[in-house]
Every structure is written in C-alpha cells, then in structure tokens.
Design a protein around this ligand. Structure first.
Ligand SMILES: Cc1cc2nc3c(=O)[nH]c(=O)nc-3n(C[C@H](O)[C@H](O)[C@H](O)COP(=O)(O)OP(=O)(O)OC[C@H]3O[C@@H](n4cnc5c(N)ncnc54)[C@H](O)[C@@H]3O)c2cc1C
Length: 265
C-alpha cells in the first residue's frame, strides 16, 4: 500500500536581504526576495529518504509538498519538487493576509486532510517566525499523535519511530500512523537538486487551493481571525561604528572598563 507523506514547507523572506514590516505591521512578503526555509529542506530530505526506502523494499510511497503562502511561494514548492518530491499543493488566498499561527494551522490541517496522508513531516521551526509550534497545533487539529524534534526518523509496520536528542537525555519515540513529525537540522544533510531534478520539477503537478476549496470562512483567518496582534514594531537601529582603543600603556585598563561598562564582567 502506498505511504502518503505530506511535507509542510514555508516560503520565507531571504534573511540576507532587506526585510520590512508593511504598514499594517505584518511582515512584508510581497516586495522581498524569498526562498524555501532552509530548515524545511531537512524535512523534505527525510520524507524523500523514507519514500526511497519504501520503494527499495517493493512498497509504494508518494511525497506531496504543501505550502500556505503568497504567489511567490511556488518557488519554495519548485525547489522541493526539484529535490525529488512527487507533487505540490499551494494554498493561496487574499484573505490569508495577516493570518497568525493558529489560523495557519487550521489552513494546513484542512489542506492535509484534503490531500490525504499517513505521515506529515515538518521542519523544527521556520526561519522567519521561528515559533516551532506549528507541528503541535497541526497534530491537535488533525487529532493524531505528534513526535517532534527528531534527529532520526523511520517508518515501519504502520509506525513512525525516531530519536530526539535533548540536553539531558536522548529519547527513542514511536507513534502509530497517521502522525505528525518534525525533524531537526541534525537529521542529515539535505540534497541539492540535480539538473535532471530541476527539469523534472517543471512537469510535476502543483495544485492550487483557496479558502473556498478548504471550506474555511474568511473570518477564521486573516488579521481579523488572528488570536495575536502586533501593536508596535520598529526597525533595529543601524549598527554604529565601534570604539578603537589605541594601546599607549593603558589598553588593558580601558578594555576592562569598557567590558565592565557593558556589564560583560
Ligand atoms: C502570506 C502570509 C501572511 C502572514 N501574516 C502573518 C501575520 O500577520 N502575523 C502572524 O503572526 N503570522 C502571519 N503569517 C503566518 C506565519 O508566517 C507563520 O506561517 C505561522 O505563524 C507559523 O509560525 P512559524 O513560522 O513560527 O512556524 P513554526 O512553528 O516555527 O514552523 C514549524 C514548521 O511548520 C511548517 N510551517 C510553518 N508555516 C508554514 C506555512 N505557511 N506553510 C507550510 N508549512 C509551514 C514548516 O514545516 C515549519 O518548519 C503569515 C503567513 C503568510 C504565508
């Protein structure tokens, strides 16, 4: 029987470029370069490895990548498809503007259910919001177990198993499928798309869904439906030039005074 894996991938503003807030204090996602969140590349990699293992064992598997995001989020889907995913689902709707993590989890849960799944794989956190809570919210909405922050993951006999490395202990975890997992950046290097993969991705199906397709009312999402609200935001001040201390015999003293003044010592 085919194992249906859905990987949640997020399109995020490129952290090396200029990032801004829009007038309504949401992150400006329209006028900035974006990319597939690097932490989600690990999720795609683990999903591909699970699918490849199944196929080698004579079983079938299908990897669908799913994003909720603006038009340009298709770039993130294309990258995941060029890595080897089989198909993609893009949820886009003007009414999603301003949706917080609670709303995003609703949209993702409905899209995952519509797609059909045995296993949902997420990254450990996005590289812009970095809350790391979405996988837990998603499992709650779907009513299935969550096994999060795995640095090793495998699927066998209708179960997902994995290793979670914590500060104080290493845990070996398992859950019956269907389930939601998240994987860390310690789970194994993500592959680079090959030229063949990039060409093949152009022909792979990308399904577009909007809120109507998912039976979600506009007032459940967007700024109006969000449980959280940004009251104020200010750009980080530009870096000022550092202080250069010329050592004329008093260098060490001046250095110590500087560190003490900054409360480092
Ligand atoms: C167009 C748009 C506008 C938004 N506006 C706001 C806003 O105004 N205020 C606000 O609080 N939030 C907003 N969001 C939602 C926010 O960017 C996050 O998607 C959401 O809050 C999840 O939080 P996080 O990024 O910290 O996820 P984390 O919990 O850190 O993410 C963990 C994992 O969940 C998955 N994931 C997270 N987000 C997505 C996604 N969008 N699609 C697919 N998989 C995902 C990934 O696998 C990721 O690695 C907006 C999102 C979009 C796309």
């Amino acid at each position: 029987m085919s194992l249906r894996i859905v990987v949640c991938v997020k399109y995020v503003p490129d952290a090396t470029g200029d990032r801004h807030f829009a007038d309504d204090l949401t992150v400006d996602r329209e006028d900035v370069d974006g990319l597939l969140s690097e932490l989600d590349e690990y999720a795609v990699e683990q999903a591909l490895q699970i699918a490849e293992g199944r196929r080698q064992g004579g079983d079938d598997a299908e990897v669908t990548v799913l994003t909720v995001g603006p038009e340009d989020a298709k770039d993130a889907l294309r990258k995941a498809l060029s890595m080897g995913a089989d198909k993609a689902v893009h949820v886009e709707d003007d009414d999603l503007h301003g949706t917080d993590v609670i709303g995003t989890s609703l949209v993702l849960a409905k899209a995952v259910e519509k797609t059909g799944y045995d296993l949902v794989v997420c990254g450990m956190a996005s590289t812009d919001g970095t809350m790391g809570v979405l996988p837990a919210l998603l499992s709650e909405r779907l009513g299935v177990p969550q096994v999060t922050l795995l640095s090793e993951v495998s699927v066998e006999d209708g179960k997902v198993t994995g290793r979670r490395d914590g500060d104080a202990a290493t845990e070996q975890l398992e859950a019956a499928l269907p389930a939601v997992v998240s994987v860390t950046d310690q789970s194994g290097e993500a592959r680079y798309p090959s030229f063949k993969g990039i060409m093949a991705a152009k022909k792979k199906p990308v399904q577009s869904l909007d809120l109507d397709d998912l039976d979600i009312d506009a007032d459940e999402v967007g700024l109006g439906g969000s449980w959280t609200k940004v009251d104020d935001a200010a750009e980080r001040p530009a870096r000022t030039a550092g202080t250069i201390v010329k050592d004329e015999g008093e260098g060490a003293k001046q250095l110590a005074e500087f560190l003490a003044g900054q409360k480092f010592i």
